[in-house]
Design a protein around this ligand. Structure first.
Ligand code: ZN
Length: 268
């Protein structure tokens, strides 16, 4: 208990130093306490990298499972990703209830993240985007298939989400409640990407580096595949080529992450 109280006090002290108001109605029994700044920096970097690379604009979001507690995840308050800083990062339980909201606005579609973390213990990071290059594949039955080795993960399967299958009446297309979040997680299944009809895409990864990598190269693949299809018959990677490419990319994801993070954080 003493240790816990010390951590709670430290948390408040950090907030004061950061120029924020300490929580007036904090529920410390739910909080995991202060987070390693290096972890938060990775999540901030992920927001900015995805904006820099054109995957996210003012909308869309990226989250990370809390490495201290698998029943929590971290994500920014409702904010354009390019503007996200460490002080914007919030903590949620897997029902997507904030641990300490402090009046901050939250992403309406946060249930995408919480429900995927519930359903998939292997997933530690989720990216949700409305990137235009994905959209033709969201609304047509043409498959998103691996054009080159960098997007080999597509060979592990591309899931589809039809929101009408999980709603009793017409929706605004947003995954803005737990039931729709569960439907999306169910549609994702054991895959690493799900295309959402009339909406966008969601990517899952074993780390924030992997989720960001798949979002960037998935969106690039979609754009290049569209161009290739305009030229003629496309020769895609075989299943075996795609899987071998994905395995290599998963091992060497640090190379691109190091570059992207450096570039993104140097701009502020
Ligand atoms: Zn969305």
């Amino acid at each position: 208990m003493k240790r816990f109280i010390e951590l709670a006090a430290l948390s408040v002290a950090i907030l004061i130093v950061a120029g924020q108001h300490p929580a007036p109605a904090q529920t410390p029994s739910m909080s995991g306490g202060p987070v390693d700044p290096a972890i938060v920096e990775d999540l901030v970097a992920a927001n900015r990298v995805l904006a820099d690379e054109g995957v996210l604009d003012a909308y869309g979001h990226v989250s990370m499972r809390d490495p201290r507690n698998p029943s929590r995840y971290m994500m920014s308050r409702s904010l354009a990703p390019i503007l996200v800083s460490a002080s914007d990062i919030m903590e949620f339980d897997l029902d997507s209830t904030p641990v300490d909201q402090r009046g901050r606005l939250m992403y309406l579609e946060r249930f995408i993240h919480g429900e995927i973390y519930k359903a998939r213990p292997d997933v530690n990071s989720v990216v949700h985007c409305h990137t235009p290059s994905f959209l033709p594949f969201c609304v047509c039955q043409v498959g998103l298939r691996p054009i080159y080795h960098m997007s080999g993960f597509l060979g592990r399967g591309v899931a589809r989400f039809e929101i009408r299958d999980f709603a009793a009446e017409a929706t605004d297309m947003l995954v803005s409640n737990p039931e729709l979040g569960k439907g999306l997680a169910k549609s994702l299944g054991d895959k690493q990407i799900v295309l959402m009809r009339g909406h966008g895409a969601t990517m899952a990864g074993q780390s924030v580096k992997h989720a960001v990598f798949r979002a960037i190269y998935g969106a690039l693949n979609a754009a290049v595949q569209l161009e290739a299809m305009r030229l003629g018959e496309v020769t895609y990677l075989s299943d075996e080529e795609a899987l071998k490419g994905a395995e290599i990319n998963d091992r060497f994801v640090d190379r691109s992450w190091t570059l992207w993070k450096l570039e993104a954080l140097a701009k502020k």
